[in-house]
Structure formats: structure tokens, C-alpha cells
Ligand binder design. Structure first.
Ligand code: PGA
Length: 245
């Protein structure tokens, strides 16, 4: 399986920054064993996707609303994303769970809607520090994974990836050690195995949370870590470039 280097800009970068970033993106040549997905704000999706001209890089959306169309002022739908050629979408990021009350049920609805529109969902799961310290981590992850994948068939699950992002490591500069990250990603794989048997080995599991130039390689070297989801460190194209090339 190729290693996935995914970037998540969150709500950052202005048009002029994006234009400069795009110029560098166009010139990137990915290492053969890597693939790159960049989750960018919706407002830039169409422009970046059209002007990128680099088949090695895929552009993804950070969010959508799980209805096809209708009176949902301010929202965009999965079919709108599909209609402009977007193929990947982030679902259940902890910031969406925290600030926009995205429950496991909503996550599942979004996963189904994404798949129905031929989008590849990257589902984020992760525990808080209190949950980890209170020995609730496994239970929390099991609920998040099982709920997100409710009624998802073995065929469909091949289009999904899971990103393990412990909340205490996001944007804090505090990364899980490679051993900790490997251990939890291996646990997530056992959960997937319970649901889908051997297909679990084909589902990419990524680690995210303060990934940077200093730690990405050791994380990627772990057996059950098939990629990294990079927030803050993906904003600077010069350092992000070094991770993918
Ligand atoms: P971070 O964010 O790399 O800035 O910690 C990761 C994420 O939230 O996806």
C-alpha cells in the first residue's frame, strides 16, 4: 500500500497565499511509494483542482452537508463536490465534532452520502486526554469506528480511510510517540477486522496530530500506519514539500 501524505489546511490561507502554494504544487514530483491528498477550504476547491495539473496530487474537501439539495443556507452538498470533480472528503474531524456538534450518527450519514456520490471519505477518530487517562480510549475508538461504519458494505469500505487523531496531539505540538501511534492504529485495524475480516488490511489508517518534518518519517515507518494527516505543518509548502518528495 502506498503511504498517504494528507494535508489539512483547516480555515487558513488567503487567495494570494493559495496562488503561491499552487505554483509550487504544480512542480511537485511524488516519490513512487507515496500519494498526496490536500484538504482545502471549499472556496478554493474548484480553482485549485482545475489549475493544479499534477496527477500525483488529489484535492479533497474538508466538509459538506449530508443532504443532496434544498433549504440549507450556507451549506454545500456531496453531489456539488462531485460535480466539480472532487473525489475525497474529510469526515468527523474532531474540530467538527467539537464546534459543530458532529455526532457519530451524523458522521455515519455523511459517510453514506459521500460514498453514494463516489467520494472517498477519510474518517477521523480520536480520544481526548481525559478519556485516555481514564482508560476509556479503546471504548471511545470502538464506538467512533463502529458507528461511522454502520451499514457500510465490504465493497464500499475499500474506498474509505481512517485517520487516528488523538485530540491531545492536535495543534498542541505534542505528538503521540511512534509506538503509541502504532499501538492505537493496530487496535483500530483489529476493529476493522472484526467488521470486515481480511479487507481490514486494505483500509489505510493514518496518524494525525502535530506531525511535522522531524517526526513524519518514523511515524510512516510503523507497520499499521499507512499515512499521516498533517495540519499546521501543511500550511508551509516548502516544508510540506519535503515530506512528499
Ligand atoms: P496538526 O493538525 O497537525 O496541526 O496537529 C492535524 C489535524 O487536525 O488534522
Amino acid at each position: 500500500m502506498k503511504k498517504i501524505i494528507a494535508g489539512n489546511w483547516k480555515m487558513n490561507l488567503l487567495k494570494q497565499d493559495v496562488d503561491q502554494y499552487l505554483e509550487v504544487l504544480k512542480t511537485l514530483t511524488l516519490n513512487q511509494d507515496k500519494e498526496m491528498i490536500l484538504f482545502i477550504p471549499s472556496i478554493y476547491l474548484d480553482d485549485v483542482n482545475h489549475n493544479l495539473n499534477n496527477k500525483d496530487i488529489v484535492i479533497g474537501a474538508q466538509n459538506f452537508y449530508p443532504e443532496d439539495c434544498g433549504a440549507y443556507t450556507g451549506e454545500i452538498s456531496a453531489c456539488m463536490l462531485a460535480s466539480i470533480g472532487i473525489k475525497h472528503v474529510l469526515i468527523g474531524h474532531s474540530e467538527r465534532r467539537k464546534y459543530f456538534n458532529e455526532s457519530d450518527m451524523v458522521v455515519n450519514k455523511k459517510v453514506q452520502k459521500a460514498l453514494a456520490n463516489n467520494l472517498h471519505p477519510m474518517i477521523c477518530v480520536g480520544e481526548t486526554l481525559e478519556e485516555r487517562e481514564g482508560k476509556l480510549m479503546e471504548h471511545v475508538l470502538e464506538c467512533q469506528v463502529f458507528e461511522a461504519l454502520k451499514n457500510i458494505s465490504s465493497d464500499d469500505v475499500k474506498n474509505i480511510s481512517i485517520a487516528y487523531e488523538p485530540l491531545w496531539a492536535i495543534g498542541t505540538g505534542k505528538t503521540a510517540t511512534s509506538e503509541e501511534a502504532q499501538e492505537v492504529c493496530a487496535y483500530i485495524r483489529t476493529l476493522l477486522n472484526k467488521l470486515y475480516g481480511d479487507i481490514s488490511n486494505e483500509i489505510p489508517i493514518l496518524y494525525g496530530g502535530s506531525v511535522n518534518l522531524d517526526n513524519y518519517q518514523i511515524l510512516l515507518n510503523q507497520e499499521d500506519i499507512n499515512g499521516v494527516l498533517v495540519g499546521g505543518a501543511s500550511l508551509n509548502i516548502d516544508s510540506f514539500k519535503l515530506m512528499v518528495e
